[in-house]
Design a protein around this ligand. Structure first.
Ligand code: LLP
Length: 418
């Protein structure tokens, strides 16, 4: 099912021509498909059945209230990593009892807020965090439900900056410290251990690292139960990749990933939590941008567009590939462009040597698969207004985050008195 596609030579999001959005909202603008999001969530719960699992959408991938709200309506839980994300999830309608709190640096203030709300689980990442959570919970007369995030030392074969399960990464409890951490947790009156958590990285395109990770969980469940710990929740994290490049590495099917989890972990009598971010929202969004200039360099032809690395950071940060399509492709031979933005850095490059149809100033391009880690990582660098977002649903669309005005941006500063 294609939610972004050409009809009679024009590129559409569902039944709205992208040109119409560009005219009404101006570019650059993120544009999401509500139907694609519903489809992705339904596919998730088809394979991770609500009877014995809970999908906890990793809201960091896209925190727009409309996006989280759509998922909340369908029954999704949330994985959050800050008080801000927790507030966003709650405000969008996700009940606290479906929310897990991950992250290596939870502060006592964040813990207090989460305990007040009554979240489902804290994914604890270090011994000092465990001690602090215990103190905060006791001071409130509460007990914190905890899963310990373990570091299984698994290479997820993904970009180094988004690999999280190796011993050299800052995440989770070192393998050799796991028994001691659970033993300590059992001594703490403010802590109630209920499970094990892991997350080995993002944009995984192979099943094998997941298989290793799930086997670790199964093995540990047996070991920890034998030591007297209650293990009723297994949080398998997120990480399933999406297809960014037709000729690039292709991710496993969701069905195969879920079958692997269910086969290895399904018989342990635990509730399985899964925290998808990218595979939930990645393919539901595009970044729509207008060509400002064509410029011929000594070697390359530059296609200068009005979106920059401040709007979509992934290509400059992770050398990420995003497909770029002409919204109204002109006939004529394709040729190679270096696709760049307006920011004063050479790293502000979306693609090198990209074959595209003839384009001119004023034409629109769609940067594909930008629904995850796109708008959320945007900034106002070079004092460019934060990029707006639009949600398309069938033949309608609405602005779900407006473009701020310059006065709003500059008004955040305090000028010195004369
Ligand atoms: N759970 C935890 C604890 C996480 O840290 C993450 C992502 C997820 C779940 C969701 O992972 P996903 O299903 O999206 O792979 N900005 C980077 C990706 C950073 C991922 C951080 N953690 C990018 O643009 O590629």
């Amino acid at each position: 099912m294609a939610f972004f596609d050409y009809h009679e030579g024009q590129f559409y999001a569902e039944n709205v021509a992208l040109e119409k959005i560009a005219q009404q909202v101006q570019t650059p603008v993120y544009c999401y498909s509500a139907s694609a999001l519903r489809h992705n969530y339904q596919t998730y719960i088809k394979h991770f059945k609500p009877e014995n699992s809970q999908v906890c959408y990793a809201v960091k991938a896209n925190t727009n209230q409309a996006i989280i709200g759509l998922l909340a309506k369908m029954g999704s839980g949330a994985d959050v990593v800050s008080e801000g994300e927790l507030r966003r999830a709650l405000q969008a309608g996700i009940p606290a009892e479906k929310i897990v709190f991950s992250g290596v640096a939870k502060t006592s203030r964040e813990m207090r807020f989460a305990l007040q709300q009554g979240i489902f689980q804290f994914n604890v990442e270090s011994e000092p965090e465990l001690e602090l959570l215990n103190e905060v919970a006791l001071s409130m007369g509460k007990t914190a439900p905890v899963a310990v995030r373990i570091n299984p030392d698994i290479d997820a074969h993904t970009h180094a900056k988004i690999s999280t399960g190796k011993a050299s990464n800052k995440f989770g409890i070192a393998w050799s410290s796991i028994p001691a951490t659970y033993a300590r947790a059992a001594e703490l009156a403010g802590i109630r251990v209920q499970g094990i958590d892991l997350h080995i990285g993002s944009q995984l395109t192979e099943l094998a690292p997941f298989e290793q990770a799930f086997n670790c969980l199964a093995e540990l469940t047996g070991v920890l139960r034998a030591q007297g710990h209650e293990i009723s929740v297994l949080d398998i994290g997120g990480g399933l990749g999406i297809s960014y490049e037709v000729d690039g590495p292709q991710p496993p099917e969701l069905a195969d990933y879920a079958a692997l989890a269910n086969n290895i972990l399904g018989g342990l009598g635990c509730r399985i939590l899964v925290e998808p971010g990218r595979s939930m929202v990645g393919n539901t969004g595009i970044l729509l941008s207008e060509v400002i200039y064509l410029k011929r360099g000594e070697r390359d032809e530059f296609l200068i567009i009005d979106a920059g690395m401040n709007d979509l950071l992934r290509p400059s940060m992770y050398d990420a590939y995003h497909e770029i399509l002409a919204v109204e492709p002109a006939s004529g031979e394709h040729r190679a462009f270096q696709v760049v933005g307006p920011i004063c850095e050479t790293g502000d490059t979306f693609a090198y040597g990209r074959q595209l149809p003839p384009l001119q100033s004023g034409d629109l391009v769609a940067i594909m698969n930008a629904g995850a880690y796109g708008a959320v990582m945007a900034s106002t660098y070079n004092t460019r207004p934060l990029v707006p977002e639009v949600l398309v649903d069938d033949d309608r669309f609405m602005v779900i985050r407006k473009r701020p005005g310059y006065d709003e941006i500059i008004g955040l500063d305090t000028a010195l008195a004369e």
